[in-house]
Design a protein around this ligand. Structure first.
Ligand code: BES
Ligand code: MN
Ligand code: ZN
Length: 501
């Protein structure tokens, strides 16, 4: 699928379809006025029939409009012009795409620039947002070994801008959108794979493929179980000990051309399957625990975006691949392990495994002297209870980092809500025989888990994103690719000289 940004004469374009806006009470957009004038008022006379009024999501397809070279003109109702929001644009695009998919349209020109969602740099955001929404609505879950590929005809999508001055900004938005989409799509695809294909070794191969593809910017180091043992990553090793598929931690080192030597580390929970271990999970929906690697997938996707845009940053991406299984070699409730940090942990529940894998990964990244560390994890069912499926949990030991993440979240609509890291919850992790235990007594399970991690993140500015509710949707929709867009935006915002939009 190819996207183009252009400034053309809409009436002269030989395309399958032009998509234009119409606002409430039949108010014409600039593009619609233009086409109406070219057709000597043909559109005005058609609209007198009253088939469309301009309410959000209404559609009307016109064929053979006089003096217009395009085969079709699709009018899309957008509601009141000054009340357009991101969610109404989303609705409009979903309807439009479904219509274009039904009839076999190959190429289309959108003339959408008049949609104003009331943000600074509307041209940048409306363009980026539209492209990402189109990509989202066209994405389908890949079937394993299926020969019947769903064919989508739509392959050329152009955006028309009336102002030549807008082209520069729109082209940047296009470039960013395509890179972010590569990140989101890669994260979704890898997350949707079944756990017998996507295991920790598979994750490490994907990381190594990145190093081959982006030889100048990416180096990958794989930490296998032997290396983990040497490093003293005993909590991580304990989680992996019951599984035939051995743990692998993939460390992706991305260096863009920059004199900025600030290091940003992104650490993703990569449990390719979480059975719960000896503290086994109930059978219902256990298959969904293949998604327990969505944090690692998000980190992987974010690095793809960074490499594709050649961002002038230094980023360490860690995919903490591991499988939590039952076996005679499994770790048990009651075991005490010494983590890489030297702190000891009493395991009281083997299903609270994500924090054990992450604590050693978070200690491991200290060697890069990061100024910012963000971990991303499907960490607790309790976070789903607290915030539901639309909002990821945010925890941080830094006000600045927390503010920056919240800002990027608002810009992208990839929602987060900050929850507190209180001393009393930290105390709840008390163990009689070790420094801490891996579960607490509080019902605030998402906070307890974050507090556990905070014992291992004292040396740097750290944020934790609990994506248990947001990373996938139950049923056929699969992984959402969140929070790739949030992380990408956070990275873009780090590049001060990059304020092109
Ligand atoms: N991967 C799960 C968290 C999870 C559960 C994510 C449901 C998405 C949906 C995690 O490893 C886990 O099992 N957490 C336990 C912690 C508990 C034992 C303290 C949980 O949330 O029940
Ligand atoms: Mn678990
Ligand atoms: Zn888990």
């Amino acid at each position: 699928m190819k996207f183009f940004i252009k400034n053309c004469h809409l009436d002269q374009e030989k395309t399958d379809c032009i998509v234009v806006n119409i606002f409430d009470s039949c108010r014409f957009s600039t593009a619609l006025h233009y086409l109406d004038r070219c057709s000597n008022g043909h559109i005005t006379s058609l609209l007198k029939l009253g088939d469309i009024t301009g309410k959000t999501g209404e559609l009307l397809m016109l064929y053979h409009v006089p003096n217009i070279s395009a085969k079709r003109v699709l009018l899309v109702g957008c509601g009141e012009k000054d009340k357009i929001t991101r969610s109404s644009v989303n609705k409009i695009l979903k309807k439009t795409i479904n219509m274009l998919k039904k009839i076999s349209i190959k190429n289309v020109i959108y003339s959408f620039t008049e949609l104003n969602i009331n943000v600074k740099n509307n041209i940048y955001w409306i363009t980026r947002f539209t492209i990402l929404a189109i990509k989202k609505f066209l994405h389908t879950v890949i079937k394993i070994n299926s020969s019947c590929k769903k064919s989508i005809n739509l392959n050329i999508i152009s955006f028309n801008f009336f102002e030549k001055n807008d082209l520069f900004t729109a082209k940047i938005a296009l470039k960013h959108a395509l890179a972010i989409d590569s990140g989101i799509t890669s994260a979704k695809n890898i997350s949707n794979l079944p756990p017998n294909i996507c295991n920790p070794l598979y994750l490490s191969y994907q990381a190594q493929k990145l190093a081959q593809k982006y030889q100048d910017n990416i180096k990958v180091e794989i930490i296998d179980i032997e290396k983990m043992k040497k490093l003293g990553m005993n909590a991580y090793v304990a989680v992996g000990s019951g599984a035939k598929n051995k743990p692998f931690m993939s460390v992706i080192k991305y260096t863009g051309n920059s004199n900025n030597n600030k290091v940003i580390a992104l650490v993703g929970k990569g449990l390719t399957f979480d059975s719960g271990g000896i503290s086994i999970k109930p059978a219902s929906n256990m298959h969904e625990m293949k998604y327990d690697m969505c944090g690692a997938a998000a980190v992987y996707g974010t690095l793809i975006m960074a490499a594709q845009l050649n961002l002038p940053l230094t980023i360490i991406g860690v995919l903490s691949g591991c499988e939590n299984m039952l076996g005679s070699n499994s770790f048990r409730p009651g075991d005490v392990v010494t983590t890489m940090s030297g702190q000891t942990v009493e395991i009281l529940n083997t299903d609270a495994e994500g924090r054990l894998v992450l604590c050693d990964s978070l200690t491991y990244v200290e060697r890069f002297f990061p100024s910012i560390v963000i971990d991303v994890a499907t960490l607790t069912g309790a976070c789903v209870t607290a915030l539901g499926e639309s909002i990821s949990g945010l925890f941080s030991n830094s006000e600045d980092l927390s503010r920056e993440l919240k800002y990027a979240s608002q810009e992208t609509d990839d929602k987060v809500w900050r929850l507190p890291l209180l001393e009393e919850y930290k105390k709840g992790l008390h163990s009689p025989i070790a420094n801490i235990s891996n579960i607490g007594s509080s019902k605030a399970g998402a906070i307890t888990a974050a507090c556990f991690l905070s014992y291992f993140t004292k040396k740097y500015n750290w944020a934790h994103l609990d994506i248990a509710g947001t990373a996938w949707k139950s049923g056929s929709k699969g992984a959402t690719g969140r929070p790739v867009e949030l992380l990408c935006q956070f990275l873009l915002n780090q590049i001060k000289e990059y304020k092109l939009y």
